[in-house]
Design a protein around this ligand. Structure first.
Ligand code: P53
Length: 476
């Protein structure tokens, strides 16, 4: 048996990419709601300041998502039909605290997630809850400067105390922040950071990172105090950097880029700033505002497990001009790797890189790993009879599951579970498109927000069902 008994197979989503109903149930606005779609999504020249409110007449995909808010029973039932053991979803902070700094939480928001978790449990599905998946209440962005302000630590502590108390016994698996390292690549989407004119971006980003790291450690502490059964993890946008060649300059460049990512997990898993990070910040003249109490909280409250997303490996050169070209595929731009293929969106496809990344994380931390995102964003074609033959998706997932199996079986890595990204089609975080589809379940909705929202099964639906039913033995 390559996969351990009780291995948690399932799928992963995020509130702002699927719930919709942005103004229902007393919900407040968040940074993730006001990010445009398509090519404008990450267009800084458009002026991030203009993203602090909805522009009249403009379509924002997060307003409606796939309307999971009203479809969750039907969707969870489909997940159960595939045999899901776990469903990863996130809480929209603004459903619980619409502004982020209220004294008391919004009961309607709390009741909504309680219903969702109960629905999961009724189907024998364990919820895995991301407390913040990129979202930050817009009020906290405007009035406090988002995560660069230490006050956010207190607001977050209040949020998690409410969640751990209310959902005690219903939820055992928690992730404090999704892909904290995204702060360095998408500071507005990742942490609500709107750069001030003349502000040093790195200083704002590392300050925000420090405050999130401290908030995360507090969450570990509070979770364990409220229920010792709680398991709390960190989450990394993983994918090891390869050196472009064996030139020492390339190897060194890859080492530095890997450290840039490991920094977050190093702090969350080991409990202190690693030497390379302390020296880097000192060299850059950045003071993250570490207090004695922060140091203590970080040291005493390390994570129980390490979760991560893996879509692709990355490649980097000491001198990028020697390489073939820039790999623009995702937020983690590097140089082109001539030895791998790419997806419709230019993302590197590298299943062996998955095994390498898993081993890199295991070697470094020796804590149980949880793959909480992996998948292929692709265009799907609906045939006249309504069927969708997504063999490319099956192939991608099969190869990655094989790589994970090898890491467990041959490399001896301890692995808790595997959730594919977007088991049901949802809005892309990177581009805001609906047409970048990851699902086993198709959703009739296009990039402009038109469509019936009807759900239908793709070919991969029954394939994944079989994978789970055989605990990863039958990969088709
Ligand atoms: P999409 C890149 C860009 C944005 C978010 O990405 C990303 C990444 C990949 O590391 O991270 C995760 O939707 C994220 C999800 C997201 C998923 O990757 O751009 O946690 O929210 O949807 C896939 O194709």
């Amino acid at each position: 048996m390559p996969f351990p008994e009780g291995f948690l197979w399932g799928g992963a989503t995020a509130a702002n990419q699927c719930e919709g109903a942005y103004d229902e149930g007393g919900r407040g606005l968040a940074n993730v709601d006001v990010i445009p779609h398509g090519s404008e999504r990450n267009d800084v020249s458009r002026g991030l300041r203009r993203m602090l409110d909805f522009e009249p007449g403009y379509y924002y995909p997060a307003q409606t998502g796939i309307d999971f808010y009203h479809h969750y029973r039907e969707d969870i039932e489909l997940f159960a039909e595939m045999g899901f053991k776990v469903f990863r979803l996130s809480i929209a902070w603004t459903r619980i605290f619409p502004h982020g700094d209220e004294e008391t939480p919004n009961e309607e928001g709390l009741a909504f997630y309680e219903d969702v978790f109960r629905c999961c449990r009724a189907h024998g599905i364990e919820p895995l809850v991301t407390i913040t998946h990129f979202d930050c209440p817009i009020h906290l962005v405007k009035e406090y400067g988002a995560w660069r302000n230490r006050k956010l630590i207190d607001f977050y502590k209040k949020l998690v105390r409410v969640l751990f108390t209310r959902y005690k016994g219903l939820v055992r698996w928690w992730i404090t922040f999704n892909e904290m390292n995204m702060i360095l690549h998408r500071p507005f989407m990742g942490a609500g950071i709107v750069l001030e004119p003349g502000e040093n971006p790195l200083a704002a980003e590392y300050r925000a990172a420090h405050n999130e790291l401290v908030a995360s450690a507090w969450a570990v502490k509070i979770a364990h105090e409220i229920d010792p059964e709680n398991k709390v993890g960190c989450m990394l946008a993983a994918g090891s950097y390869y050196p472009y060649s064996c030139r020492p300059e390339d190897v060194r460049a890859a080492q530095l880029k890997n450290q840039e990512n490991y920094f977050f997990v190093d702090v969350q898993s080991r409990g202190y700033y690693p030497g390379y990070a302390a020296k880097f910040l000192e060299h850059e003249g950045i003071d993250v505002g570490m207090t004695d109490e922060d140091e203590k909280i970080l040291a005493e409250n390390t994570v129980d497990f390490i979760s991560f997303s893996y879509y692709s490996s990355r490649c980097i050169a000491g001198d990028p001009s020697i390489a073939g070209g820039v790999a623009e595929g995702n937020a983690f731009a590097g140089v082109e790797n001539p030895f791998v293929r790419t997806s419709d969106w230019g993302w590197i496809i590298d299943p062996l890189g998955f095994r390498i990344t898993i081993n890199d994380l295991w070697d470094r931390y020796q804590k149980p790993l949880f793959v909480v995102e992996n998948g292929l964003g692709a265009y799907d074609e609906v045939k006249p009879d309504g069927s969708i033959d997504d063999d490319y998706r099956i192939e991608y997932l099969r190869e990655h599951i094989e790589a994970m199996r090898d890491a467990i079986e041959e490399d001896g890595v301890e692995m808790l579970g595997y959730t594919t990204w977007g088991p049901i089609d949802l809005v892309s975080a990177g581009s805001g498109e609906m047409e970048k589809r990851y699902g086993f379940i198709y959703v009739d909705r296009d990039n402009q927000g038109s469509g019936t929202l009807a759900r239908s099964k793709k070919k991969s639906f029954s394939w994944y069902k079989q994978v789970i039913a055989t605990n990863g033995k039958d990969l088709g």
